[in-house]
Design a binder for this molecule. Structure first.
Ligand code: MG
Length: 223
């Protein structure tokens, strides 16, 4: 049998989801990253690679033991769910016999890491390195609450009078002031926002009209 090639796999942010960030070398509370256990199972059965798990935890007190205990639990859960409860105990064999736990960076055919720049002969720009985001940082950005809709302030002016109206959720503004009606036309990309904003628009414009005697359209849709 051909000698297996070493596939060095990082732990935090690769096998573990790293949702809680660093809690200590021997503390791991996060679940596996999606698909991590399936992947390890596949690699070990590939007969091409020998997995080495190497992390910043590896050289620290209690780090390897914590990663091993974590993997026994989560591989066990995966085996039990995939192959049946009898296979849960195979996780211990996998962790102890099919995976290497080097103390120093291993000489590997390939490395899987969430914080690495694959070097292909051309040096990266410093800004690209500085702006690098891991897959889990990008995922967190996507799930953040959407920003508040933009606001547009319209100034209605006639003669010496003016009134500022702020419309929330307005995306684009087409400003049309007719001589007779001093009307404003507002367009929105989002229909629901338009309905909400239309009410505000009509109300504010009515108020503006009272304050400044500007004749206005009754509703935004009529404008
Ligand atoms: Mg990492």
């Amino acid at each position: 049998m051909a000698k297996l090639r070493t596939l060095s796999i990082d732990f935090d942010g690769v096998l573990s989801s790293y949702a809680s960030g660093w809690q200590g070398a021997d503390i791991i509370n996060d679940p596996p990253a999606p698909g991590a256990m399936e992947f390890l199972d596949k690699v070990i059965h590939s007969n091409i690679f020998r997995v080495a798990i190497y992390s910043a935890r590896s050289g620290q007190k209690g780090g390897i033991a914590a990663m091993q205990a974590w993997l026994v639990k989560h591989m066990g859960d995966y085996f039990a769910a995939t192959y049946g409860e009898d296979d849960r105990s195979k996780a211990t064999t996998y962790v102890n016999e099919h995976i290497d736990w080097p103390l120093v960076k291993p000489s590997a055919f390939l490395t899987i890491d969430d914080r690495a720049w694959p070097f292909r002969g051309a040096w990266p720009q410093i800004d690209d390195l500085a702006g690098f985001k891991t897959w889990w940082e990008e995922a967190a950005l996507k799930t953040e609450a959407p920003k508040a809709p933009p606001m547009i302030t319209i100034r209605i002016a006639m003669g010496n009078h003016h009134r500022d109206i702020t419309i929330h959720g307005a995306r684009t503004l087409i400003n049309l002031v007719s001589a007779e009606r001093a009307a404003l036309m507002v367009s929105f990309e989002d229909h629901l926002l338009a309905v909400a904003a239309a009410g505000l628009f009509a109300w504010e414009t009515q108020k503006a009209a009272q304050d400044s005697n500007i004749p206005v359209a009754q509703t935004a849709s009529e404008v």
